[in-house]
Design a protein around this ligand. Sequence first.
Ligand code: AMP
Length: 181
Amino acid sequence: MTPEFAQDLKASVRAIPDYPKPGIIFRDITTLLGEPRAFRRAIDELVQSWAGSKIDKVAGIEARGFIIGGAIAHQVSSGFVPIRKKGKLPHTCVSMEYALEYGTDKIEVHVDAITPGERVILVDDLIATGGTAEGAIKLLRQIGAEVVAACFVIDLPELGGAAKIRAMGVPVRTLVAFEGH
Ligand code: AMP
């Protein structure tokens, strides 16, 4: 990625201070998605690492991970698997509790979404503490996936999420980083 494009991509993400609560800067990717060049280049950059390697499924985390993950799945000619908050998927699910800043929540995936041994890439818009992605990787592994990588448009490195996911043995690809959280 050229430094110019990295700069453009970073500038295309809108910062919303004190959302959803005081002290949080919400990194809003709707502005990036709305710019045709930024959206296409972001997807191109994220898939570049797997050019030539076989990917069976892209798993996206609700809800912004569906947009990025759907575009990546199309580009690498793989299937798409939605990972959703509890109670949203209609068929039999497996679920996984994951850590939030305060407390826990549950994510789910259809029990038959992956054929054991399939090579899967996990996708979300942003990684912060890594709790959501960690839960998603455990969930995917539970149904037999080989999680070959996790990718995110935005990294908040001070919160340590990417390091946590790498420590699980999953390579992480991110495009832009912001200080703080
Ligand atoms: P975490 O589990 O802490 O890595 O949080 C990641 C999830 O929360 C992702 O689904 C993000 O979309 C969302 N998220 C966390 N922090 C932010 C932020 N500052 N701006 C936008 N989304 C965030």
